[in-house]
Write a protein that binds this ligand. Structure first.
Ligand code: XMP
Length: 516
């Protein structure tokens, strides 16, 4: 795909913001890819970028083992370069200037003042800008040919060398706390790199559909596992658009889904999206595989293995299947950089890990170049209902990781009803979209309560709601107290067997989002 489009290359030095840079570039209609800082010059030339952005990173350029670029990079890359934070310090040091540790780390808002004199990066921008800083080192001596274009207090905040087409900023233009950051990136992309902006989600659909058609060929059959979530649904719809009913989707009920989710979602797949889908109700098999198991990892393994067996058996019934569709996203395939503290960690949850190997199938991953927000945009273009596109993430092992200890059908049914009250209330009070993920957890804890004249000794429910962008880190959502009071009162009055509701106020880290 990338070869057909103008490309901006982001070299990753391990910043937590690297993916954010990529999203900001794509929001401007410009295709970009993240590659490790160690990518060879030959490979860079092959990628044929229109510009290169050097990301920030946790290292100090003064460290002996700091990540560096090859000597020939600057002289031979022959396209504009923008360094951000660590990227700026690296440019300064590599080209003969100096960068030194500051007395203390600068973190947070700062006010930037432009220098008088020419600047291409800040073209048409105000003399003073609010910016977001996060750095320990800063540039103290400019390399030859560079001039300072902005400062914050005594710190050199931006430099450029228009002759060699190299630009650098100490702050983070990609974060929302730098309100004019978008304009700065736009100047780099459209004015300095002269891109036209030829990448849109709608075009993506057209091209991807064509690619899938060519890849699969005229006769092959394809299977796709649907989960009810955004990624698998959008992937299946793209493949459906390309090859129609030669794709068979398999939606497995593991007995651990949300309230009526299997029936409702299956109906939507068939009636609204017109997918060629088989619904497999395998709840009994999953409960049998779980048995009395109470250890989190063992539960996950039992569910994963059962899923693979069932999926494999269903696919064999179809016969002649050569391909497996997976909704893998771009953040899952970005090669991580070998720097301590790098943000780019490959996800450890593999719901269907081992499936392609077991079935000897080739993979189709139509979303592997996209971020989640782009998948939602494409999903809307494909007329997938909001109910799926805006649905909160849901773990592959389902409610099994929200029932602490052993899993039984009555426990699942109880939790489904509790969860439905919480989610219905969130939707009714227009809070569903305000939190990234919300759910209830069934604790293996009984406590004493009182109901009328009777003492009770019953189960405890924990409610959890978090805000996050990618699930890697999360903060607990500050839901209104009156709202929580209402949910708690509904749960204890409507669900028999629950006499206490608590709200989880821990962030990730140190907790995880799910309780198991
Ligand atoms: P944790 O609990 O690791 O979860 O903080 C981060 C995000 O991942 C989801 N999650 C899973 N998703 N398969 C999935 O597809 C899994 O096995 C799995 N476990 C956790 C979790 O719901 C949260 O959004």
């Amino acid at each position: 795909m990338s070869s057909q489009h103008e490309l901006i290359l982001i070299l990753d030095f391990g910043s937590q913001y690297t993916q954010l840079i990529a999203r900001r570039v794509r929001e401007q209609g410009v295709y970009c890819e993240i590659h490790p800082f160690s990518t060879s010059l030959d490979r860079i030339k092959e990628l044929n970028p229109k510009g290169v952005i050097l990301s920030g990173g946790p290292s100090s350029v003064t460290d002996e083992d700091a990540p560096r670029l090859s000597k020939e990079f600057y002289a031979n890359v022959n396209v504009p370069i923008l360094g951000i934070c660590y990227g700026m310090q690296l440019i300064a040091v590599d080209l003969g200037g100096q960068s030194q540790p500051a007395y203390e780390r600068e973190y947070g808002h700062a006010q930037l003042k432009r220098q008088s004199g020419p600047t291409r990066l800040f073209s048409n921008l105000p003399e003073e800008l609010d910016v977001w800083m996060s750095h320990g080192d800063h540039v103290t001596e400019l390399p030859e040919g560079f001039h300072k274009t902005a400062s914050t207090g005594d710190v050199i905040t931006a430099i450029e060398n228009p002759e060699s087409n190299i630009y650098a900023v100490q702050f983070h233009p990609e974060v929302a706390h730098t309100p004019k950051g978008k304009d700065i990136l736009r100047n780099f992309l459209f004015y300095i790199c002269s891109v036209e902006g030829d990448w849109t989600p709608a075009q993506f659909i057209e091209e991807e559909v064509e690619t899938i058609r060519e890849t699969v060929g005229p006769d092959d059959r394809v299977v796709c596992g649907l989960s009810g979530g955004v990624d698998s649904t959008v992937a299946a719809m793209l493949v459906h658009k390309a090859i129609g009913d030669r794709q068979t989707c398999i939606f497995v009920n593991n007995g651990l889904l949300r309230y009526r989710e299997f029936e409702d979602t299956l109906r939507m797949y068939k009636n609204n999206l017109h997918l060629n889908v088989i619904g497999v109700d395998a709840a009994d098999e999953f409960y049998a595989a779980l048995g009395k198991q109470s250890k989190p990892e063992k539960k996950r393994i039992a569910i994963g293995k059962t899923f693979i067996d069932i999926f494999d058996a269903e696919a064999k019934k179809i016969g002649g299947v050569k391909w497996l569709v997976q909704g893998t996203l771009y953040p899952d395939v970005i090669e991580s950089v070998p720097i301590h503290g790098s943000s780019v960690t490959i996800k450890t949850h593999h719901n269907v890990g081992g499936l392609p190997e077991k079935m000897h199938l080739k993979l189709i991953e139509p979303l592997s170049e996209l971020f989640k927000d782009e998948v939602r945009i494409i999903g809307a273009d494909l007329d997938i209902p909001d109910e799926i596109l805006q649905r909160h993430p849901f773990p592959g092992p389902g409610l099994a990781v929200r029932i602490l200890g052993s899993v039984t059908r009555p426990k699942v049914e109880l939790l489904q009803k509790v969860d439905k009250i919480f989610i219905d209330e969130l939707k009714e009070n227009e809070l569903y979209g305000e939190t990234w993920q919300a759910f209830a957890v069934l604790l293996p804890v009984k406590s004493v309560g009182v109901m009328g004249d009777f003492r009770t000794y019953e189960t405890t429910i924990a409610l959890r709601a978090v805000n996050s962008t990618d699930g890697m880190t999360a903060d607990w959502t500050r839901l209104p107290l009156d709202f929580l009071a209402k949910v708690s009162s509904r749960i204890t009055s409507e669900i028999r067997g629950v006499n206490r509701v608590v709200y989880d106020i821990t962030s990730k880290p140190p907790s995880t989002i799910e309780w198991e």
